[in-house]
Structures are given as C-alpha cells and as structure tokens.
Write a protein that binds this ligand. Structure first.
Ligand code: FAD
Length: 329
C-alpha cells in the first residue's frame, strides 16, 4: 500500500490529497499540518474563480485553467452547491487602462460593457467588462473538502514539519502543499508573502461582484460581502491595520455607494504564497545513502483557490508516476 503524506491543510493541500486518493485507489493518504480551517490563508480568500497564474507556460496554463474551471462550474450547478459554498455569480471588472484578462476564454460569459452602461453605473471613467464565473465561500468550502477527504479514509495529523527528512521512514512520497510555509522547508527564494486585507460586511442586497486586477473590489459570499484590494509583496505582517480597513472602506464606498449602509462584521489579514510561477514539480531529496521522493505544489499567489483543483490533479499525476515501475525518479 502506497503511503503518501501531504503537508498542508489549505485549499491546495486538501484538494491534492483528494486527487491522490482518486488517482491511486488503495493508497493511504495523510494530511499533516500545523494549522487548519480558520487558521489558514485559504479560509479568508474572496474567492473568485479566475484560474490563471503568471509565468506559467501555455500548455500548463491551459491544463490547470480548464481543469479548475470545469470542476468549479460542475460543483456550482450540482446539488452540492449549498454544502460546498460554490455558486455561479456575475459581476463587473473595471480598470484604468484597457485590459484583456488571460482567463477570458474560461469564463461562462464575457462581454465588454459599453461606455453608456458604465456611465449609468458611475464607472464611466473606467474600461469595464462583465463576466460570469464561480464564487466560493471559503468558510464553507474548506470544511466540505476536508469531510470529503476523511470520508474516503484519509488521515489527519496536527503538527509542524521541520524538515522533509523527518517523514522519510514513514512515507513513500511527501507532497509539499505548505503554501508560504514551503519557504522554510525548501529555502525557495522565489517564494514571498503577498499581504492582503479584507473587510467582511453584511449587505444582503449586493448580488454581484466588482473586480479589479490592482484596485479595490467586493465579492458576495453566502452571508457576507468581502471587500479588499491590498497586495503588498514581501510584507509578513499578519496584524489587522484599522487604517488600511478605513482606506479600503472609503475607496469602495466612493466607487459603489450601495455599500455605504452595510453593517461591518470582521476584518482579516492573510499572506498569499506568491511565486512566479507556482511550483508544481517532482524532486528526489538525498540524505547520505537515503532518499525521499517529494512532489511540490505551492506558490499560488493571488489565484490559489482558482487554481487549486487544476494543480492538485497535476500533482496527483506526478505522485502516481513516482510509483510507476518505469519511473526514472
Ligand atoms: C485577501 C485575499 C484574498 C484572496 N482572494 C482570492 C480569490 O478571490 N481567488 C483566489 O483564487 N485566490 C484568492 N486568494 C489567494 C488564496 O487565498 C491563496 O493562494 C491560497 O489560499 C493558498 O492556499 P494554500 O493551500 O497554498 O496555502 P494555505 O491556505 O496558507 O495553507 C498552507 C497549509 O500548510 C500548512 N503548513 C505550512 N508549513 C507547514 C509546516 N512546516 N508543517 C506543517 N504544516 C505546514 C499550514 O498550516 C496550512 O495548513 C486570496 C488571498 C488573500 C490573502
């Protein structure tokens, strides 16, 4: 029986663990993490599904993007929608300069918004388009994913892994889905924190999203609206800045006055694991006369929820290849 350890219980770790169970029936998969659910970065994300990442070659981009998008659409239109927190949502993208997003072809709909319509929405000074995608309530989705993993016989351990080597005796393959924690495990200099801050408000009258690549945005979830727009690379500060919240609030309500009467719920800060490109690849690590097979799957940056399923399928394929008799690793 193949023994596989997955480090990380964020969206990337749990999705990868489930895909290994699916690709390798009979394997024993264990998720090892120091933080779960509310203590992960994943739980605080928006989360739009816009599956694209910078620096990835075209073929891989297509594979990750299409696999993720098809998975999330299927979930959002299934009877699991309520339990998983995935639903179809339409919204508006705005920018100061014209933009053609690289994920355009993956969206359920994508249409430029006429100048006249943008003016009616008080967005006349921007270039706008509307699109339809999936929005995921992460406080619901993470629990649903974990329940799916456990129902298939998955095991869970809470502890911090200090080095891959400590897992060598117990597991045949280790999968590194540690998010920003992968920096300490691998020494990868390309991996950086990208700090974000969100306000959550109650505004049940808001049914669409307003999206921007580099400015303020809002996104409706099951029982709240998430408002954000902060991306600071290299900043490790996980405390909430009330000045930043005020700044976000003033800007978004200027842009979208219907939010002015929203009731504040909570504020949250998270560090995105930023890496160009995300790292999904196998490695054999040698310790004297011993060795350990590792598959890395980390560094998803601003689109970790969006890419989670596509990169998880890819990582699970790499794990399966490591057990193939013809494997050269
Ligand atoms: C404000 C904000 C808004 C966002 N909005 C969106 C969005 O709309 N759409 C989107 O696609 N993405 C969004 N993201 C990005 C997304 O949240 C991340 O890319 C994603 O959550 C990364 O997931 P992960 O599983 O790699 O990392 P994490 O969720 O950080 O999980 C890492 C896991 O690894 C474990 N770990 C780390 N090191 C160790 C160790 N040494 N030993 C044991 N366990 C370890 C941790 O405990 C944790 O369980 C947003 C992020 C932020 C901050």
């Amino acid at each position: 029986m193949a023994r596989v350890a997955v480090i990380g219980a964020g969206v990337v770790g749990i999705s990868t663990a489930i895909n290994i169970q699916e690709h390798m029936p009979g394997s024993q998969v264990t998720i090892i993490a120091d933080n779960f659910n509310q203590a992960t970065t994943s739980v605080g994300a928006g989360a739009w599904i816009v599956p694209w990442a910078p620096g990835v070659d075209d073929a891989t981009q297509r594979k990750w993007g299409r696999t993720s998008m098809d998975y999330f659409i299927k979930l959002a239109v299934s009877e699991e929608s309520a339990d998983s927190g995935a639903s179809i949502c339409m919204g508006i993208h705005y920018s100061v300069e014209p933009e053609t997003p690289p994920y355009k072809h993956l969206m359920l709909s994508f249409d430029p918004l006429s100048k006249e319509s943008a003016e009616k929405l008080n967005l006349g000074k921007f270039y706008c388009f509307t699109y339809t995608t999936v929005v995921v309530d992460m406080r619901t989705y993470l629990y649903w994913l974990m329940a799916r993993f456990k129902a298939r016989g998955g095991a869970v351990q809470q502890r911090k892994v200090k080095s891959f080597q400590e897992l060598e005796a117990e597991y045949d393959v280790v999968v590194n889905c540690a998010g920003l924690g992968a920096k300490a495990l691998t020494g990868d200099e390309k991996l950086q924190p990208m700090r974000g801050q969100m306000l959550r408000v109650s505004a049940p009258w808001v049914k669409h999203f307003l999206h921007s690549s580099n400015s303020f945005y809002f996104i409706p979830n099951v029982d709240n609206v998430g408002i954000g727009g902060i991306k600071t690379v290299g900043d490790y500060d996980t405390s909430v800045s009330h000045d930043t919240s005020k700044h976000i609030w003033e800007n978004i309500t200027k842009l979208w006055p219907p939010l002015k009467k929203a009731r504040p719920l909570w504020e949250w800060t998270g560090l995105r694991p930023h890496r160009v490109p995300p790292r999904v690849e196998p490695e054999v690590i040698r310790y004297g006369n011993k060795s350990l097979k590792v598959v890395h799957n980390y560094g998803h940056g601003t689109t970790g929820i969006s890419l989670s399923w596509g990169t998880a399928v890819h990582a699970a394929e790499l794990v399966k290849e490591m057990f193939a008799p013809t494997s050269r690793l």
